[in-house]
Design a protein around this ligand. Structure first.
Ligand code: ZN
Ligand code: FE
Length: 336
């Protein structure tokens, strides 16, 4: 089958023609003029912004990976980003082959249902990253609305009282390394404790994407509520070990506040200053700064840069271990 290749971030992303057909059926065909010619994903997003107001607030990304010729084409993965509550993001992930649709975290039901209804999608899975109410609050109501929905969450989110579930309505408890299938799309579970003891992320290799909840944020990281700094450091390191172009779907829009802190410890970082400009412009237009990428965080997020000489020197911690530098940064941010 003929493949159309768009270049982005130095690496090739391969799109199969079905994606365009699929997407074209979801949006007005005029939105896709640039997509059918050779152009970048960025251009596609810009075109969508220009033509479909609804998509401006809910950035949509469609991806599929290349496959070798001996294997069947991997299913198209569509990811829809929806703002919820004051600063949360919710994500829909849909398998283009089977129509199975998951929601990652459930801060509130209304925006999720509205998005599903407008697309005529039926929810089949809830995937929770951790037990906090702004990530699981809509579980029970969604299960009532979609009785066949399957609620998946990390096993390690354990309540003290036996028989009580920390993740409401949970059907399947998953551990590090487990696979969850949404239709034909495989998500790999990664335990990333620290923010909570059971926090997990869902990595979608075929879409070069990961849903990271409250572990890594754009230019920041989650507060360490239940775990230790060591755990949180290991969790962030684990996410940063994914390929550089991996998109990170964080659960909150905290980027500008995070950048403010980042500048206070890494003020000469040109990438960071450039990122601030870009993110400020996005927020002025009420657009999301999420998703980010592993590469972008490695360049600009102080919590991923505790090995950086300038940051260490600034803190007077040249001789300390990376994890100690991380712990200091996290404590500073808590009081910033
Ligand atoms: Zn949380
Ligand atoms: Fe949260």
């Amino acid at each position: 089958m003929e493949r159309i290749i768009y270049r982005r971030d130095k690496k090739d992303i391969h799109y199969s023609p079905q994606i365009m057909l699929h997407r074209a059926s979801s949006f007005t065909s005029s939105s896709f003029t640039s997509f059918t010619s050779s152009s970048s994903v960025r251009t596609l997003v810009r075109t969508l912004r220009g033509t479909t107001a609804r998509v401006v607030a809910r950035r949509t990304t469609t991806m599929a990976s290349s496959s070798d010729t001996t294997r069947a084409t991997p299913p198209m993965v569509e990811i829809v980003q929806i703002p919820a509550l004051s600063d949360n993001y919710v994500f829909l992930l849909r398998c283009g082959r089977t129509g199975s649709t998951a929601v990652v975290d459930t801060p509130e039901v209304t925006p999720i249902r509205r998005e599903l209804e407008s697309r005529k999608w039926t929810l089949t899975h809830v995937l929770n990253t951790h037990w906090h109410a702004d990530h699981t609050g809509g579980n029970v109501e969604l299960k009532k609305a979609f009785p066949d929905v399957h609620i998946v969450g990390p096993r390690k989110e354990k309540a003290k009282t036996p028989g009580v579930e920390k993740i409401p309505g949970i059907d399947r408890k998953v551990d590090d390394g487990d696979s969850v299938f949404v239709g034909d799309v495989e998500l790999k579970v990664m335990d990333v404790p620290g923010h909570t003891l059971g926090h997990c992320a869902y990595h979608v290799p075929s879409a070069k994407s990961a849903f990271v909840g409250d572990c890594v944020f754009a230019a920041g990281c989650g507060r360490v509520f239940e775990g230790t700094h060591e755990q949180m450091f290991a969790s962030i390191t684990k996410i940063m070990s994914l390929p550089e172009t991996t998109k990170l779907y964080c659960a909150h829009e905290y980027t500008l506040a995070n950048i403010k802190f980042a500048k206070s410890v890494d003020g000469q970082n040109k990438d960071l200053l450039e990122r601030e400009k870009r993110c400020k412009a996005l927020r002025e237009r009420n657009e999301a700064t999420v998703p980010t990428t592993v590469g972008e965080e490695m360049r600009t997020n102080p919590f991923c840069r505790s090995g950086d000489e300038k940051i260490r020197k600034f803190l007077g911690m040249e001789e300390k271990r990376d994890v100690e530098v991380f712990a200091r940064l996290r404590t500073m941010k808590d009081n910033f």
